[in-house]
Ligand binder design. Sequence first.
Ligand SMILES: [Zn+2]
Length: 217
Amino acid sequence: MHSMEAGKPLIKFNHCKRSIYSFGVPRCCPLCQEALGLAELANAPVSACSPFTNGHQEKCCFLLRPTQGTFLREYDGKSDLHVGITNTNGVVYNYDGRGVQRDRTGWEQSLAVPLLQPGMLGLQDQWDRYLEDFSAHGAWLPHRYEEDHHNCYSYTLTFINCILATEGKEQLNKSEFTEKYVVPRTRLASKYIVLYRAIEEHGFYAIEHGGPEAGSP
Ligand SMILES: [Zn+2]
């Protein structure tokens, strides 16, 4: 199910030897103006999956979103990101200068990384209590917050390391964490955002073998 917060769904079809993305199937090809007919029906459009999800519907996940605004409208690839952890009811725990926040709204357009392996049901049962106990620790009091060194990333990474320890796995340092949990998702998001904004501007987006191309319909 797509919610509007996660953006309009995109579809992808092939014409003019290109992959063409748009918000719906147009009557004719935006490149050659040929009516799309039986040949294209045989070559049915596929929907391009949005990397964004409503974080309040995700259990036991690591979430990312821009500190200001949303990915689809404001994110420029360098914007500051804010991160958090969901409990089993979609409440997003996150740490900022006011201490640990428990958000019930505001994470409707997020990137989500599941933190529990399938089958870890025992851990899922304990999750909310772990997260609550962890958040009550003095390390996360408001006055301990430091923008560069003791921030939302420190909070989520420390929690993820507690979970990894419980699962008997190795701890992650800050750069491993960024490589594993942050970079792959933001890279995917950036590609999708380029596509999405081009379609908003031009009505479609076409990709050929040599590279991307956007134009007026
Ligand atoms: Zn065409």
